[in-house]
Design a protein around this ligand. Structure first.
Ligand code: ACO
Length: 402
């Protein structure tokens, strides 16, 4: 691939590959996907093993530094994260300026971008100490920012982080807690949310990660690059799909659970009608993350003492789709977003907060990929070519003559 690139340059040819379906933008040693076989590994470790045995901060360390941490290294990493969870008081005030009905992803991306204004000591993308510091700050502060984005949308007071708590516990308390009453942390919710963060932690050169790399390739700092990643994740074809799936299930449910008529509309390709949470650019098989989430969903609902007709609906919808030629021929299977929404809903998150949870999970991947790029001496500014199809040369016409 690398040689072909240089040959093309020499001969003046340009490849046209809309959506980059077949063009690698980089080499990477972080995440391996075999889309045909449905395999996903972080730094060589199968996602199923990490989901079962590891924890989010351990996986963050693995993605960023390349190896599983020793117990001492993990403690040190966790401690540094814990020390940086607070936001500057002026930063807290920043949230009050957003309108009450602001989408939490819009608040999240603005706030991550604003980190550059508060931490000007961390803006040199080539200083390893600063990059470590910015990485820790991002991992530590994103749950605080995400919880405040949620509080902004419901008008409740902001809570300070409680650093005696674990990463996910702290996030849950800042999100759902109130200053006037103690918040009971459900260990089952903590365990499952941590596992969902692990499942989302990296996915090689997806849309948001490629965005983070592209912005970073201009030598923009880590905060600015990651805030661009949050924006890319917002879209319903990417991270926004978890919100779109739940809205789709709700619409089908309101419509008398008529799965068949919905699937017919999808197959007719009615504008804007897709089976959300299905299909993937790389997986032509069951998304291994979706398999883990699907297994967890009924267990979680059971443990939380909740039932949701949308879970049955989702399972029946999957069954109908997987036995329908339209989906079989196109190798469309559930992706990670198909079942996550049902779990997030059972945990008490409103639908428009779902994509923020995806962003919290994906953060270590964005950081690891940005760092890999900045440390690679072959990195160049990302600058795709185009094939021009507009008019040939023509000359300015005076307004009175048009
Ligand atoms: N519902 C119905 N048809 C679909 C779907 C779907 N969800 N996904 C793909 N198709 C069809 C396309 O219409 C196309 O059909 P055609 O060959 O008759 O034209 C064929 O399958 C191939 O699809 P493409 O759009 O070419 O696949 P692409 O790789 O470009 O898109 C994507 C991948 C964006 C994920 C797509 O499958 C989709 O829109 N899915 C729904 C949104 C979604 O769930 N996104 C989350 C992705 S995973 C993530 O970010 C965590």
């Amino acid at each position: 691939g690398l040689r072909v690139g240089s040959l093309l340059k020499e001969t003046g040819h340009v490849t046209l590959d809309p959506g980059f379906t077949n063009t690698a933008s980089t080499t990477s040693a972080i995440t391996y996907i075999d889309g045909e076989a449905g395999i996903l590994r972080y730094r060589g470790y199968p996602i199923e093993e990490l989901a079962e045995k590891s924890s989010f901060l351990e996986v963050a360390y693995l993605l960023i530094y390349g190896e599983l941490p020793t117990p001492a290294a993990l403690e040190e990493f966790t401690d540094s994260v814990r020390k940086h969870t607070l936001l500057d008081e002026k930063f807290r005030a920043f949230f009050s300026a957003f309108p009450r009905r602001a989408h939490p992803m819009a608040v999240l991306s603005s706030a991550v971008s604003a980190l550059s204004t508060f931490y000007q000591d961390s803006l040199d993308p080539f200083d390893p100490e600063q990059v470590d510091q910015s990485s820790i700050r991002l991992i530590a502060k994103l749950p605080t920012i995400a919880a405040y984005a949620y509080k902004t949308s419901n008008g409740q007071p902001l809570l300070y982080p409680d650093n005696s708590l674990g990463y996910v516990e702290n996030f849950l308390r800042m999100t759902f807690g109130l200053p006037t009453q103690p918040y009971e942390i459900d260990p089952e919710i903590v365990r499952v949310l941590d596992m969902l963060f692990v499942l989302h932690a990296d996915h090689e050169q997806n849309c948001s990660t490629s965005t983070v790399r592209l912005v970073g390739s201009s030598q923009a700092n880590l905060f600015s690059s990651v805030s661009a990643g949050v924006d890319a994740l917002f879209g319903p074809l990417h991270g926004g799909a978890n919100q779109a799936v739940l809205e789709m299930l709700e619409r089908i449910h309101e419509n008398g659970d008529n799965i068949e008529s919905f699937v017919e509309r999808v197959k007719k390709k009615e504008p804007g009608v897709k089976l959300m949470g299905f299909g993937h650019r790389v997986y032509r098989n069951y998304d291994p993350r979706a398999a883990v989430v699907k297994k967890a969903t009924s267990k979680v609902l059971g443990a939380l003492g909740k039932s949701d007709p949308l879970l049955d609906l989702a399972m029946r919808l999957e069954e109908v789709a997987l036995s329908d030629d339209y989906f079989v021929e196109r190798k469309l299977y559930p992706n990670v977003d198909f079942y996550t929404g049902v779990i997030y809903k059972a945990m008490g998150f409103p639908t428009n907060a779902f994509t923020v949870l995806f962003a919290l999970g994906r953060l270590p991947g964005w950081i690891a990929q940005w760092r890999e790029m900045m440390n690679d001496s072959t990195t160049k500014i990302g600058r795709p070519r185009q094939v021009y199809v507009g008019p040939g040369e023509r000359h300015y016409v005076d307004p009175s003559a048009r």
